[in-house]
Design a protein around this ligand. Structure first.
Ligand code: NOJ
Length: 745
């Protein structure tokens, strides 16, 4: 008998299993089960639930050798493992946990940051889509794939606001803006957790890094953070709150100290704010070794002291710190830690294990049949391609060089990233044998017909100083009708511990662009990387520039779609691009100061630089389209509002160009005079609108009291009466409509 019908039946069964909605027991039913289990646990078993080890094979931090860890699992001394993946492997390790006295299943956690089997664009790139459905769909695919591979828990989303592109981890977040970042935090939590924990295509989200990790001093990873409470509450905390409100299952604390107290030992953050004010019911995992790192911070005197401080502060689980497992029991016996705190942490962890259905079947996520079916499907790759298209930002397009004609005879691909596929995967991707990431060159080959000849010359390496390849690159360009240059960073130049003080295009790449541009051929520059890079000469001289980040598995295909106009780019920068490192931090929602320069240009006795404008090279919210849009007819439903009222702001958006395209219309507000100095503008709403040529649409934004509020001198969230300026534009630095209104109390 052929295997085919059997396979089909099996696949239908798997499909039905995935579709069937998991029936979650009521929370109080779970509470009772948790209590019943807790009452049977010894202190050592409880502490075991708070202990997380990494696999030895994949370390995402400094590894502490421990040959006993698998025996410890059998002894009930481990609650979770990270960096184990695959239905087979997770089943094998789970079987060890099933040998323990109480048979409490392990949680398997992994950094599923931008895709699992299919790699999606890095989160910063996805943020450039300003498209919450796209971002949610990316997280959904990642969840579906990883959950089919035995994973219960992803260490994402990272919701750290970041204003410093020297910090390599900007690639993992949503950029500099709190409002956009909060929406994205929610979308990603929805995507990961799907219809809810317990479903076979849902993984627990882990919101990180709590808190203020993105403000690391001087952009150096793991560095200290010192900031006002106002800035913390206004800029850095809201995306965490949004993710918690969306039902995120877990949080991760952070490596940095905040105002002198390491986040891991910070009771204000974890107990007062997260578990107190926000009533968060999930659990908090430490970052890798961050409990024991409190010794190096000079905050704990040894590992036991670190365990005590972390437990008192509300860190529930110890990731690879070996501090809880070695120190907590003694601390309880010595009465330095109340067992009630440990019980609370264990309850939180067990609750999630019940919610995931792991006590019904500890192997329910470890199903090789489902894994085979779900991973790397055509549909998942298609989603990755669509999200990649949406992530691309068109920075420049002189004389409408783009889109390229499909009948171009000869196209030269030049640059160190032209044929690279590895770099398309970005820093936080999962490694696979025989992975297929589509390079730019391959994407172009897939796109163009036989009449088009594709040439290639590498020109130079990403980081080297050798110019030996320039002559060949120039000769190749000379043979072409148009040149597409692929420059930028290697996949491991932005990410964790990848801070850089020089964020110009690395090596001699900009010189290569100069040499090629000197041929007089039309040049399109594609910049690939994990952070805003600096490339002023290119910005001034190249004919067209697309920022293509690291786009994942379908990178080359998505770029080709955009280059030839099968997709009209609509991305907008989620982070300002500086002109020079000396401007950093440069962000759009800055304060006016007492001596502003009206145009940001150097001026005597003004808040400016002698040698640079204040403005970034490319501003937050900036991005072009192949078509053009007009903004007109601004109308306010009224010019004054009471605090309990709203104002409707409407205007007409028209596609005035030749292509169907999307525009992101952005609403910014400014509280003109207040008891606290306010930013010159803050994003408060936006809409991404698709319009055909000649088509127009009325767009409406609603302003309510919350959009006008801020933390006053007593740290009360309030809106003060007075004048507000409203600005509507297609970028934070390109305001096309403006008006004002007044708030009365
Ligand atoms: C350290 C990183 O800061 C964190 O984001 C990550 O989830 C863990 N390592 C685990 O890999």
């Amino acid at each position: 008998m052929s295997l085919k019908p059997l396979l089909t039946i099996a696949m239908l069964a798997i499909g039905a299993q995935l579709l069937a909605q998991y029936k979650q027991p009521a929370p109080d039913v779970i509470d009772k089960k948790v209590e019943a289990l807790l009452s049977q646990m010894t202190l050592e078993e409880k502490i075991g639930q708070l202990n997380q080890y990494t696999s030895d094979r994949l370390a995402t931090g400094p590894l502490t050798p421990n040959s006993a860890k698998y025996q410890e699992i059998k002894d009930g001394k481990v609650g979770s493992m990270l960096n184990i993946r695959g239905a087979k492997e997770t089943r094998m390790i789970q079987e060890m946990a099933m040998q323990s006295r109480l048979k409490i299943p392990l949680l398997f956690g992994l950094d599923v940051i931008h895709g699992y089997r299919v790699t999606f664009p890095i989160p910063l790139a996805e943020a450039a889509s300003w498209d919450m459905n796209a971002i949610e769909s990316s997280a959904r695919v990642a969840a579906t794939e990883s959950a089919a591979s035995g994973i219960h828990w992803t260490f994402a989303p990272m919701v750290d606001i970041a204003r410093d592109p020297r910090w390599g981890r900007v690639m993992e977040g949503a950029g500099e803006d709190t409002y956009l970042g909060s929406l994205i935090a929610r979308a990603r939590v929805r995507g990961f957790q799907g219809k809810g924990l317990g479903n076979l295509d849902a993984v627990m989200a882990c919101v990180k890094h709590f808190a203020a990790y993105g403000a690391a001093l001087a952009g150096r990873d793991y560095n200290s953070v010192d900031m006002s409470d106002r800035q913390l509450w206004e800029i850095y905390l809201p995306p965490f709150k949004a993710a918690a409100d969306e039902g995120a299952a877990t949080f991760m604390n952070s490596f940095n100290d905040l105002n002198g107290i390491p986040a891991t030992g910070n009771a204000y953050l974890q107990r007062d704010i997260l578990k107190g004010k926000w009533n968060f019911k999930g659990f908090v995992v430490s970052d890798w070794g961050s409990i024991s790192e409190m010794i190096a911070h000079g905050f704990a005197k040894d590992n036991t002291d670190a365990a005590r401080l972390a437990m008192l502060a509300g860190s529930d689980m110890d990731m690879e710190g070996h501090a809880y497992i070695n120190g907590l029991a003694g601390l309880v016996r010595d009465k330095k830690v109340d067992v009630a705190l440990i019980d609370d942490a264990v309850r939180r962890v067990l609750h999630k294990k019940f919610e995931m259905g792991l006590f019904d079947d500890p192997y329910r996520f470890s199903n090789e049949g489902r894994e085979k079916k779900v991973l790397n499907s055509v549909a998942n790759r298609k989603t990755a391609r669509e999200v990649a298209e949406k992530s691309i930002v068109l920075l420049k397009n002189d004389n409408q060089l783009l889109p390229l004609s499909k009948s171009a005879k000869t196209i030269a691909v030049i640059g160190p990233l032209g044929k690279s596929s590895t770099d398309m995967k970005g820093f936080w991707s999962v490694d696979w044998e025989n992975d297929h990431l589509v390079s730019l060159f391959e994407g172009l080959q897939n796109k163009v017909g036989k009449q088009t000849q594709l040439l290639y010359s590498q020109g130079c390496a990403i980081k080297d100083s050798s110019r030996n390849g320039f002559a060949d690159a120039v000769a190749t360009a000379q043979k072409a009708d148009v040149v597409v240059m692929a420059v930028g960073e290697a996949f491991d130049m932005s990410g964790e511990a990848k801070s850089r003080s020089n964020i110009h295009l690395p090596g001699v790449q900009e010189e290569l662009i100069k040499a090629v541009q000197a041929t007089g051929k039309p040049v399109v520059v594609l910049v690939m990387g994990g952070r805003p890079l600096i490339f002023n000469w290119t910005a001034d001289h190249a004919n067209a520039i697309l920022y293509t980040w690291w786009l994942g598995s379908e990178a080359g295909n998505a770029i080709a779609d955009v280059l030839f106009g099968d997709y009209n780019p609509a991305g907008k920068l989620p982070m300002s691009f500086p002109r020079a490192e000396g401007q950093i931090p440069v962000f759009y929602n800055a304060k006016s100061t007492g001596r502003p320069s009206p145009d940001g240009m150097p001026a005597p006795y003004r808040s400016t630089y002698l040698d640079l404008p204040n403005t970034p090279r490319y501003a937050f919210g900036y991005g072009l389209s192949y078509t053009s849009f007009a903004f007109s007819d601004l109308k306010l439903s009224k010019s004054t509002m009471q605090a309990n009222e709203t104002i409707e702001i409407s205007f007409t958006l028209k596609n005035t160009g030749r292509y169907t395209g999307e525009e992101v219309a952005q609403l910014y507000l400014q509280d003109v005079t207040a008891s606290i100095t306010r930013p010159v503008k803050e994003l408060k709403d936006f809409q991404k609108v698709l319009l055909k040529p000649g088509e127009s649409k009325t767009i409406t934004f609603t302003v309510n009291k919350d959009k006008l509020s801020f933390y006053d001198q007593k740290m009360n969230w309030t809106a003060e009466p007075g004048e507000f300026k409203l600005m509507i534009g297609n970028s934070s630095d390109h305001i096309l409509l403006q008006d004002k209104f007044e708030l009365f109390n």
